[in-house]
Design a protein around this ligand. Sequence first.
Ligand code: SF4
Length: 302
Amino acid sequence: KEQPSVCQDCSVGCNVDVFSQRDQILRLTARENLDVNGYFMCDIGRYGFHRYEEIERVTQPMVRNGESFDILNWDKAIEKTADLIKKSNDKTAGIVSPFHTNESNYLMGLMMKDTLGLLPRITGDEITYPSGFRISADRSPNLRGVHDISGKLAEDFSSKIKTKEICGLYILDDGIDRELDDIWKDILENMDFVIVQSYTITELTKLAHIVLPGLAPYEREGTITNDQGRIQWLRPSLPIKGNSKPDWEILMLVRNALYKESEQFVDLGEVIKKMGDQFPKYAGVTLFKIGTHGISLNGKNI
Ligand code: SF4
């Protein structure tokens, strides 16, 4: 199968074609987009998909039982998650992720209102070639989108957690590239509860009380906004594994369990519409209009 999509290994968002067979990526090739990457892509993006091949996947909801986890069905997992958040009396904070789509981050923001933050950025070297082709130091694909649709994010979130007496965290996991520093390990170990939405066993899931299985890169669908303010369509190439669910859907189910009157979105398009109602920059955006080459949101006229 050949699928037009977007590289997720830095904030440039090069356009790519993803070639896959059943549940395996075979190769990525650059796809022409003169507004983003010309005709090029770099080797970080070209070969980056191999690092997802040997990982330990999370494909069932799980709840901590001592040193290990018990498997739960989805109804129980959503109920337990909502119960923990409810019982914390507004003392749960959400952590959004620049590795996730705009829609998932937006729904986390809707649920957690103004108690929202980010983990430290994941960065590498910024490289610009003589041709002008650039690899961004920001090795996440959607930091700009997260800031666009999360309202005001706390600058120094680790300090804010202490001053607001937060006792629980609901985290959208960045995935296999996330490492935790001592400050964050200490914060997580001292929480009453930590809910982590992830596709794999990471330092975060190891410290979680509830793990909700979302989708991995190349399985996800949604929009991401590159560092030049261009919104692009991330399309899935691989089938969903086990009992995992799309991340936006998990967040919607938890929100529905918390707030009985909240919307039940039937698809991504409805989430994008709601996002546009709240954030004018994203008004009028649809997957159809984004198409294969994206839309610049700078002074846009959609
Ligand atoms: S420059 Fe960034 S987005 Fe483009 S291929 Fe390389 S890692 Fe991927």
